[in-house]
Design a protein around this ligand. Structure first.
Ligand SMILES: NC(=O)c1ccc[n+]([C@@H]2O[C@H](COP(=O)([O-])OP(=O)(O)OC[C@H]3O[C@@H](n4cnc5c(N)ncnc54)[C@H](O)[C@@H]3O)[C@@H](O)[C@H]2O)c1
Length: 352
């Protein structure tokens, strides 16, 4: 790969576009990075921008992205706007010679993601996607455990990411929440799914599914199911991984012991007759490994600045973003294609 264009000066100057729910978290982290200066925060709405000025009086605010992207002092653009706007803003930024960080998912369709990858490669600019969990200590620890062979080969992964809200106006729950599970699972297994199907329903807003059950099958034989919902009485961020040697649970809502490795399993003894059929269930130690305690978003934002300064390809680059977008498209297509509308007094439903 060609070396990236690096920032010419010691300080990397960035602008953040989108100051809704997630933008402030990105701003807090970027302002904590040494040798990184946030010059602008840009948002369509003046009310949002007033919150920036009261907290960070030295940061300029802008309602027009054109003004920001044309400023030659700005090295990089950080995008935290709704998903449907990602590709246009990222394209304009790359065409103006800026490095780009885009929140997950990279784009709303795979063609736009491919175009961004082409543009960034041609301009030798960093293109990074905010797959935050790939910077999170429990996810990294589980990757090490899987790669070490401790779990054996992976039979299946089951994941629940449910909560009450936040309903997104422009996308289904799949595009909002599945980027997390897909990026994590593809990273752990080091492969993309060969089969994706989804089943779900739109309970509150017609045509915007807010609950989905996605099944994934991988060439290695591993299968995964991902349950997503904006309609749940409790917040669950829970994953179970079952391997041929050991099993593991990961609960991101726990403050301690987020990851537990169970020396549990089943041994199948080849029978010589039906009467001899037997399984030996093994129930051994449960171990909770030590985890680092840094904030994943700080590691992620730091990585972006380092990649710009050192001309490196990010760990969550455009290709990583595209893999996830392709799987999101398949899941959404499956959910929509086999769907029948069912209407009752509470919900107008689409079922796939
Ligand atoms: N990595 C994570 O864990 C994580 C968590 C939440 C959200 N996100 C991602 O962050 C992004 C933003 O999500 P959010 O929940 O903050 O959305 P939001 O709707 O709360 O905020 C988006 C902001 O962008 C502004 N905006 C929209 N179009 C704009 C434009 N053309 N120019 C300037 N500003 C514009 C809006 O006014 C709004 O303030 C999404 O891609 C989402 O998937 C990531």
């Amino acid at each position: 790969m060609n070396r990236m264009n690096t920032a010419d000066v010691d300080t990397t100057t960035i602008a953040i576009v989108g100051y809704g729910y997630w933008g402030p978290k990105l701003l807090r982290n970027f302002t904590d990075i040494a040798d990184c200066r946030v010059k602008y925060v840009c948002d369509k709405y003046a009310t949002r921008l007033r919150q920036v000025t009261s907290k960070y009086p030295n940061i300029k605010i802008a309602q027009s992205f054109d003004r920001v992207v044309e400023d030659s002092e700005v090295d990089a653009i950080v995008i935290a706007t709704p998903i449907s706007t990602h590709s246009d803003i990222a394209k304009q930024a790359l065409e103006n010679g800026k490095h780009v960080f885009v929140e997950k998912p990279l784009t709303a369709d795979s063609e736009s993601a491919e175009e961004l990858i082409r543009l960034s490669a041609a301009q030798r600019l960093v293109l990074m996607v905010g797959h935050t969990f790939k910077y999170s200590p429990p996810v990294l620890k589980i990757k090490d455990i899987i790669d070490s062979g401790e779990l054996g080969h992976i039979y299946y992964i089951s994941s629940s990411r449910v909560n009450l809200g936040l309903h997104q106006p422009d996308v289904s729950v799949i595009w909002d929440l599945a980027p997390h599970d897909f990026s994590i699972i593809f990273y752990w297994l080091n492969e993309e799914p060969v089969q994706v199907n989804a089943f779900g329903r739109a309970c509150i807003k017609p045509d915007k599914p807010d609950v989905a059950f996605i099944n994934l099958a991988f060439e290695s034989g591993a299968v995964a199911e991902v349950h997503l919902s904006w309609l749940s009485p409790v917040k669950l961020r829970r994953t179970v991984i079952v391997g041929s040697k050991k099993m593991l649970t990961y609960d991101d809502t726990e403050s301690v012991e987020k990851v537990k490795v169970f020396d549990h399993g089943v041994n199948f003894v080849e029978p010589s007759s039906f009467e001899e059929f037997q399984l030996n269930y093994r129930s051994g130690d449960i171990l909770s490994p030590h985890l680092d305690t840094y904030e994943p978003l700080f590691a992620e934002t730091n990585h972006f600045v380092e990649c710009i300064r050192e001309g490196r390809q990010p760990k969550t680059d455009g290709a990583d973003g595209l893999r996830v977008v392709k799987a999101l498209e398949k899941a959404e297509q499956s959910l929509m294609k086999n769907g029948n509308f069912v209407e009752d007094s509470r919900c107008r439903l689409r079922i796939a």
